[in-house]
Design a protein around this ligand. Structure first.
Ligand SMILES: [Zn+2]
Length: 191
């Protein structure tokens, strides 16, 4: 796990991001003929504006971003599906909207691969995020995304994206939980 540098555009970097690893990975897989249809599920608290702009004219790459309406970037790009949440949105409204959105993503994108940006920054004590998810809410979020992929037999690549909790241990715990959840859902025999 690393990356999720979703603010990088085709011709310039932005917001801690130099190269857009998601867009590059999707395009390389397409160029190598390994697959065509990719869905990007970007749940970092900041909009995946670079990914959206790079993939804007690419019908085969579906970009979905769910983020804080008042979080960076001030001027948002247009993803194929954007959900903007008001400040201090907590677990319940977040998970409710995510469940509905995931159905739409899989129906519209029919992906052969999901690239999931599992940002830790929707956390309530994040310094750069304006949402208010708990540890349990973030774990439920991961579970919802990964189970949706598993149920449909769609492979998923996970990147960390952002995380700036006041206590860095919180950010680490959130990312570790994502890994453990993936292991549990994709290889339940390992427990
Ligand atoms: Zn972020």
């Amino acid at each position: 796990m690393a990356g999720g540098t979703h603010h990088a555009h085709a011709a310039h970097g932005e917001g801690f991001c130099v190269f857009n690893d998601t867009a590059v990975a999707a395009r390389v897989l397409q160029a190598e003929g390994l697959l065509q249809r990719v869905a990007v599920i970007d749940l970092d608290v900041h909009q995946g504006n670079g990914t959206a702009s790079i993939c804007a004219d690419d019908e085969a790459i579906f970009t979905f971003s769910m983020h804080g309406a008042r979080n960076f970037p001030v001027r948002k790009a247009s993803s194929d599906l954007d959900i903007e949440l008001p400040d201090a949105s907590g677990d319940a409204p977040y998970l409710q909207q995510l469940a509905v959105a995931l159905e739409r993503v899989f129906t519209l994108a029919r992906p052969e691969l999901v690239i999931y940006l599992a940002g830790a920054d929707p956390y309530h004590d994040d310094r750069l995020g304006r949402l208010a998810l708990s540890f349990a809410g973030l774990a439920a979020r991961d579970e919802m995304v990964l189970a949706a992929c598993r149920q449909r037999a769609v492979p998923v690549a996970i990147s960390m994206a952002g995380g700036y909790a006041r206590d860095i241990d919180d950010t680490v715990s959130i990312h570790c939980r994502t890994v453990l959840t993936a292991r549990q859902i994709f290889n339940p025999l390992l427990g």
